[in-house]
Design a protein around this ligand. Structure first.
Ligand code: FAD
Length: 435
């Protein structure tokens, strides 16, 4: 085990392992650290792992459309042996309902069209043909379950949506991190699990390494914070919060698993649906279940958490509210007494757009603020971080002359300053998990 790596990566989630893979391929001797004993068992394991392309910003759409190609080409991208157990990408498509809340998808359509990302406009009839268990009565705006108007339709109907056929989901997100780590190891990357970073070491304005709980020091000229919902604690340890306009905070989330109504095979014939009329998104889940997440409507109180390793992992009223909101759309849905699903944390940023950046401490970088929507972008975020570290460590000042980066598959240039920790808050964002 090397104790003098070129770069320490804190976190072995899907983004952390993608950074390790891309840096190791570029010749860096990386050491990844995680307090968990299994790779990918932070918030990545709780992810819905939906790979979609529609975002409210052009840059967000370009990044996600690029990101899709790595999942499509997963075995080739990794280069692992043919006998390796790989995470699977199921291309089931994603339907997004047109609503007032999303501007009837005008911006999303414009962004996808400009990027040659395939999409189809669907009428109400086409939606019901695909999802015969659906009712298209409108319930907007979403309400709390104690609101007397909860569950009452507003006498209008949804008129249609947009379908992105290339979207899908990954069946086992923790396994996808393990795949990335195994691929990184082929290029010399090292991993230490069950170790907690308790201090970021620095000297003369330059990072020097980390101290682990228990006192052990590991020295390296580059340290990258990919600690997911623990990112703000690590940034505080490094003393780099002062020049950041964008902050990150752990936000508690509940995801509901319910059986599909009898007589409809949602697993085989369903699709991903984003439905801001009822403030829910859903996707097919193993065992003909439907997994239902929240689109964070303004009426719901955000459940902020102070410490990413200490929060309530039990289901609350949120579970029932979300299941009932989804039952508005699927009248035949049976909500079981036994609650099943996931309780986990987003690493939410101020404008729900991630930070991929350097910091005020030389050699200390961050890939954080993934805001519940960056699983899909992990491989391209890994490539971008490898390029950013290389750019800065070669003496360039990314703050004043931001790195320009070409997305390899779609051959589009992006200004990496878009993801700066010092950016003005992005007013085009949806300020929700939708990014
Ligand atoms: C419920 C839920 C649903 C989601 N659904 C989607 C989706 O459908 N599509 C999508 O694109 N994105 C989705 N996301 C977001 C996506 O899952 C995350 O953006 C992504 O998994 C984050 O990966 P990561 O590597 O940055 O962090 P993580 O997977 O959280 O990994 C961070 C690691 O850092 C470690 N760590 C933290 N602090 C320390 C320390 N001090 N010392 C050592 N180790 C430390 C942790 O143990 C953890 O393993 C969802 C997230 C959640 C919570």
């Amino acid at each position: 085990m090397s104790q003098s790596p070129d770069a320490i990566i804190i976190g072995t989630g899907v983004i952390g392992t993608a950074v390790a893979f891309e840096m190791a391929k570029a010749g860096w001797k990386t050491l990844s650290l995680d307090r968990n004993r299994q790779i990918g068992h932070g918030s990545t394991a709780g992810s819905c792992a939906i790979i979609r392309m529609h975002y409210s910003t052009f840059d967000g759409t370009a990044f996600a459309w690029e990101g899709y190609h790595y999942w499509r080409d997963w075995p080739d991208y990794l280069g692992l042996g043919s006998d390796t157990d790989l995470a699977k990408f199921l291309e089931v498509g994603c339907l997004v309902m047109k609503t007032d809340a999303n501007g009837h998808l005008f911006k999303h359509i414009e962004n996808s069209a400009a990027l040659d990302c395939p999409f189809e406009e669907w009428s109400a009839e086409r939606i019901i043909e695909k999802l015969p268990i659906y009712s298209l009565e409108s319930y907007a705006p979403a309400k709390r379950s104690d609101d007397p108007a909860f569950g009452l339709p507003n006498d209008t109907q949804l008129k249609g949506g947009v379908y992105w056929p290339k979207a899908g989901y990954v069946t086992d997100p923790a396994l996808s991190s393990q795949n990335l780590a195994d691929a990184a190891k082929l290029h010399g990357a090292e991993f230490r699990l069950g170790v907690e970073v308790s201090e970021i070491l620095s000297e003369g304005g330059k990072v020097r390494g980390v101290r682990l709980t228990g006192g052990e020091e590991i020295h390296a000229p580059v340290v990258i914070n990919v600690a997911g919902p623990g990112s703000s604690i690590i940034n505080r340890m490094a003393g780099v919060l002062d020049d950041m306009t964008i902050e990150t905070r752990p936000l508690r989330q509940e995801v509901v698993h319910v059986p599909a109504p009898e007589g409809f095979d949602f697993e085989a014939d369903g699709t991903i649906v984003s439905d801001s009329d009822i403030a829910c998104y859903c996707r097919p889940e193993h065992g003909n279940h439907i997994l239902v997440g929240s689109e964070d409507p303004p009426c719901d109180t955000h459940q902020w958490v102070e410490d990413d390793s200490d929060y309530d992992r039990n289901f609350s009223d949120q579970w029932t509210t979300q299941a009932m909101r989804y039952a508005q759309r699927v009248p035949g849905l049976k909500i079981p007494n036994r609650t099943r699903g996931v309780v986990d944390l987003y690493d939410a940023s101020t404008d729900w757009i991630p930070i991929y950046d350097k910091s005020s401490l030389d050699g200390f970088y961050m890939a954080c603020g993934s805001s519940g929507n960056q699983y899909k972008n992990a491989p391209i975020a890994g490539k971008l971080m490898a390029a950013l570290v290389d750019y800065c460590e070669n003496g360039n000042d990314h703050d004043s002359v931001p790195l320009q980066f070409t997305l390899p598959y779609i051959q589009r240039g992006i200004d990496v300053g878009f993801y700066s920790r010092k950016r003005p808050i992005n007013q085009e964002s949806s300020y929700s998990v939708l990014g």
